[in-house]
Every structure is written in structure tokens, then in C-alpha cells.
Design a protein around this ligand. Structure first.
Ligand SMILES: [Zn+2]
Length: 433
């Protein structure tokens, strides 16, 4: 059980149209994350992630780790700095050089703060290889901070210059193996977004700077998004280009969207220049077929807030809210307080904590229940439990505002525990299999 009075959450009130330290507020998620004390800008496009947002991100990471177990992906950590020479060899230094943060060491050796790691993993495979076909397909991934020197960082975590990303790399003997793995990982993406309850669309995408043979973007509709997708109202076919639906010929609806993930079959674009090879039964060492998969973690967090929240209240995917449940006790000095004061409220929070694992007690008892409920609603905690007027009944009853409901359920302790047990097991069961 955590006490809200002890949470480091520097809430700020921003006058309309004001500029905050190098950051213009341009969208809802940025405004809510800043004002609710979840992130803090340091310089243009860079943010400190504060404790409550950090908790949400950790939950998202855990969920991704669990989902990736389905495809036997193994976790590694590559250095944030990649030798610029590797990017020279792949040809990308020339292509996207202006977007890279580059540094030199004391021996004048050049490195870049990697925005992605195709070169680095291909070099790893070249270094240990040639790898046997018996080990393939091989899937390795990491969750680390990535860097891109955006010309115009904006929208807070939606387009920042440092961002957290899950990047997964697949190595295959041939195209067929790559396609199988590609489909399996795409199913992992679908499952993840289903658990998060987000309407993320998979659309065919051009491969761009990454090169390769097949790619999809994973787009979440949100008005602040810099991309747009066209959805056919008739057959639900989704694409990046507006106009007539390619499947049924009907006129499509276009909406703003945020790219939260990208998947590619890369072919040999990186393995060939970097000499990453495998040994097959039939032939001499041949270049590995590569696939790669990304999920922008900090961007997905911001995009889901963008898509789900109102102008004044944060709404999270329930599975990643910083705390699933908040308990609000009576106001100091009230009749309830004298009968159901701090001890009893802490007892309630402790019991609930045993069931849901992550409970927050709003121990600011000098504030009215109404004021604290308003703040809990603004923060978007999925379950708000109030020990109010009915907590002095026999047996005590508690108000439960479940999943941001406007009207409460009035439950005794057993009923409350039963409800929360079902509620939290829903999440756990779905992501464990
Ligand atoms: Zn259609």
C-alpha cells in the first residue's frame, strides 16, 4: 500500500496558452501528463518520467515481456552507442544522418546514439556466426531508450528526441521462415493491443529507410496524430491512403492516427553488407533473412492517453494505470472519521492491496472526500473506493466507482473483495497465456 501524500507528483497549473520551459503545449496527452505531475520537460524533446508515469511504463513493459514469451523471444541489451562505421556499411548514415545524434570518443572514433539497432544486431550475428540453421528462427529483443534528433520535437512524448522502444529482431534461413515468424509476431501485437483494449489498426506500409520486402504500421486513431489512416465504413479495410477502398470501392473515412508500432521483413538489406550469415543443410554460408518489429513504449503510453482521455481527465488502458485502485477515507473531524478513522481506512486499503497488488491510499484527510474523488477521477485510477457515510454501518459498506463509473456500487468487504478479485484476474489471465 502506498500513501498518496508521499508520492512525488509535482502537479502544475498552467495558464491557458502559456509556454513551459522549452515546451509548447500542443496536445491533450502532453497537457495532462505535465499538469498531473507525470512527466517534466528538461529541454526540447527530452522529458523526465516521474514516478506515476514510470509505474505505468513498467506495467506496459511487463505486459510486453509476457506477450513476447509466446514467440520464444529472448531478451538482450545492446549498447545505446553504435559505431558509425556500421551505419556507413549499411548505407543508412548517408540516408538518415541528419536525424542522428553523433559523438566522438577521445580517439576520434565516431558513434551514434542509436534510434534503432538493425546494424548492431546484424554485426552481433556476423561476430558469432555463421549461425547454424538448427538455431533458427532466432528472435532477440530489447527495451531501451532510443534517440532521434527530430527537427521539430512536439506533442510531448508523442514525438520526443529520446524515447523508449521495444525492438525485436528475427533471423531466418529463408523467406518462408521469415513470413511464418512475421505472422506469429503480428499475432502477439494483436493480443497486446487487445489486452490494452486499444483499437489499433494494422495497415500495409511502405518500407522507407528500413528497406525490405513487407511491412505494416500499427496505427492508433487520435486527433493529435501526425499520421492518418483511411478506414472503409463498408468492409473495414484500413490503409494509409485515402480515396476509394481498394477492396470494395466505397469512399473511405479518414482519421488522424499515431503510429505505435511497425513490423518489417527486411530480407538481406543489413545481413549482406554486415556479413551476418547462416549455414543451411544444403549450401555454403548464406546471408540471414532478417525481420524486425518495434513498439514505441513511451509513445504508446502517450497515444493511449491521447485516444482515451477527456480534456480534463486521464483515462488509461486499465492494465497499465499507475495504480489500479485508490482508497479514499473520511474527512478528518467528520462523524465517520471518529468511527472509521485512519486505522480502519488503512485496514481497508491493506485488505484490498492483498487482492489487487497495487493500491494507493489517499491519506490527505484534511481534504473533503469530494475534492479527493475529483482528483482521483482526473488521474484516471480505474477503481475508486470511498469509505464514506456507509462505512459506519454494520456491516460497513464501501462505495466502489469501478472503471471510471459515475455512480457507485455499495458493497460490503466480502463483495468488494470478490469484485476486485474478478476484476484483476481478468487482466492477469489474459496476459499470462
Ligand atoms: Zn471497403
Amino acid at each position: 500500500m502506498r500513501l498518496l501524500s508521499q508520492i512525488f507528483q509535482p502537479i502544475i497549473i498552467i495558464p491557458k496558452g502559456a509556454k513551459i520551459k522549452n515546451t509548447e503545449i500542443t496536445c491533450k496527452s502532453q497537457k495532462l501528463l505535465l499538469e498531473c505531475g507525470l512527466i517534466r520537460p528538461t529541454s526540447a524533446g527530452f522529458f523526465t518520467i516521474l514516478p506515476l508515469a514510470r509505474r505505468a511504463i513498467t506495467k506496459l513493459e511487463d505486459l510486453i515481456h509476457k506477450c513476447l514469451k509466446d514467440v520464444n523471444a529472448q531478451r538482450i541489451s545492446l549498447p545505446c552507442l553504435t559505431s558509425s562505421r556500421l551505419w556507413e556499411r549499411s548505407g543508412r548514415l548517408e540516408d538518415v544522418g541528419s536525424e542522428l545524434f553523433q559523438v566522438e570518443d577521445r580517439h576520434d572514433k565516431r558513434y551514434l546514439l542509436a534510434p534503432t539497432h538493425e546494424e548492431a544486431v546484424a554485426d552481433l550475428m556476423a561476430d558469432v556466426g555463421p549461425i547454424s540453421y538448427k538455431q533458427l528462427p532466432l528472435l532477440i529483443y530489447q527495451i531501451t531508450n532510443k534517440y532521434r534528433d527530430e527537427l521539430r520535437p512536439k506533442h510531448g512524448l508523442l514525438r520526443s528526441r529520446e524515447f523508449q522502444m521495444m525492438d525485436l529482431y528475427g533471423f531466418h534461413t529463408d523467406q518462408k521462415c521469415a513470413e511464418n515468424t512475421y505472422n506469429n509476431v503480428n499475432n502477439v501485437y494483436k493480443k497486446l493491443f487487445k489486452i490494452l483494449n486499444l483499437p489499433v489498426y494494422r495497415v500495409v506500409a511502405p518500407s522507407g529507410d528500413m528497406g525490405g520486402t513487407l511491412s505494416h504500421e500499427w496505427q492508433l486513431p487520435a486527433t493529435a496524430g501526425e499520421d492518418s489512416i483511411a478506414i472503409c465504413p463498408s468492409c473495414s479495410h484500413t490503409s494509409l491512403t485515402s480515396g476509394k477502398c481498394s477492396e470494395c470501392g466505397k469512399e473511405t473515412d479518414v482519421c488522424g492516427s499515431v503510429e505505435v508500432g511497425h513490423t518489417f521483413i527486411l530480407g538481406t538489406k543489413y545481413s549482406e553488407p554486415l556479413q551476418a550469415k547462416c549455414i543451411t543443410q544444403a549450401s555454403n554460408p548464406t546471408p540471414l533473412i532478417m525481420s524486425c518489429y518495434g513498439i514505441g513504449i513511451t509513445r504508446l503510453l502517450a497515444a493511449s492517453i491521447e485516444a482515451l482521455s477527456t480534456d480534463s481527465c486521464i483515462r488509461w488502458p486499465a492494465a497499465i494505470a499507475p495504480f489500479s485502485t485508490i482508497v479514499i477515507g473520511p474527512k478528518e473531524g467528520s462523524k465517520e472519521w471518529s468511527l472509521h478513522g485512519i486505522q480502519a481506512t488503512q485496514g481497508v486499503a491493506r485488505c484490498i492491496g492483498d487482492v489487487v497488488g497495487d493500491v494507493l491510499l489517499d491519506d490527505r484527510h484534511t481534504l473533503t472526500i469530494g475534492k479527493r474523488m475529483m482528483m482521483a477521477d482526473r488521474m484516471g485510477y480505474p477503481n475508486i473506493i470511498v469509505c464514506g457515510r456507509n462505512s459506519i454501518e454494520n456491516p460497513p459498506k464501501y462505495e466502489l466507482y469501478a472503471n471510471n463509473a459515475k455512480t457507485p456500487l455499495l458493497l460490503d468487504m466480502n463483495e468488494l473483495m470478490q469484485f476486485l478479485r474478478n476484476d484483476s484476474s481478468n487482466n492477469v489471465v489474459e496476459c499470462a497465456n
